[in-house]
Write a protein that binds this ligand. Structure first.
Ligand code: E4P
Length: 214
């Protein structure tokens, strides 16, 4: 399973990429806005920090606008993956872009039906938003199970990015289901590395080491 970072915070990306476990980055307009920096400033730096797929989202809501934006984004770097919202206009755009070889990530997916359509249109990735479904009382991970099974049944090449991850259990569930990618917010990745018994264990080893005759 690949691990992407779900953030546009450059300090976080710099630090967490240095752990050696990050395969890519996903951003969205909210995450970019949160940094207080310009889009160009953020994007130029991300490509220097992570050598893997970097998702950048379009703002247009009509297919022609999305296609134009996507072509411009794709020119920035070979690792660009263009995030396209899951709408009928988005599907039209994905179909055209996939023929041109532009990689796409169909975002804001909340059902297996939406994922099927995105895969049929030729999406490189689909992003089911798990946490936002959990928030409204649905079992988000259920649709990941469905999508992974359906894509396997028909050998769809579209990869599943488990998105809107809220806690480390989501990551374990995604891995057990066999999702291709999970995109993780920095705070959740930091929780994954920690275990109190590890800290206690290190403390004890260091204390005991002091007793070894020098
Ligand atoms: C995915 O690519 C999105 O950026 C992200 O996972 C959205 O998650 P949120 O529900 O925490 O905003």
């Amino acid at each position: 399973m690949k691990i992407f970072l779900d953030t546009a915070d450059l300090d976080e990306i710099r630090e967490l990429a240095s752990w050696g476990v990050i395969d890519g980055v996903t951003t969205n307009p909210t995450l970019i806005a949160r940094t207080g920096k310009s889009f160009k400033e953020i994007v130029d730096e991300i490509f220097k920090l992570v050598d893997g797929p970097i998702s950048l989202e379009v703002i247009s809501t009509d297919a022609e606008g999305m296609i134009k934006e996507a072509r411009d984004l794709a020119k920035i770097h070979k690792n660009v993956v263009v995030k396209i919202p899951m709408t009928s206009e988005g599907l039209k755009a994905v179909k055209r872009l996939s023929k041109e070889g532009v990689k796409t990530n169909v975002t804001l997916v909340f059902s297996a039906n939406q994922a099927i359509l995105a895969a049929k249109a030729g999406a490189t990735y689909v992003s089911p938003f798990i946490g936002r479904l959990d928030d409204i009382g649905n079992e988000g991970m259920k649709i990941v199970e469905e999508i992974v099974q359906i894509f396997r049944n028909y050998d769809f090449k579209t990869k599943v990015i488990v998105s809107s991850v809220r806690h480390p259990i989501h990551v374990i569930q995604a891995a057990k289901i066999g999702a291709d990618v999970v995109t993780i917010p920095p705070a959740v990745l930091r929780k994954m590395v920690k275990h109190p018994l590890t800290d206690i264990g290190i403390e004890r080893f260091l204390e005991d080491w002091k007793k070894v005759p020098k």
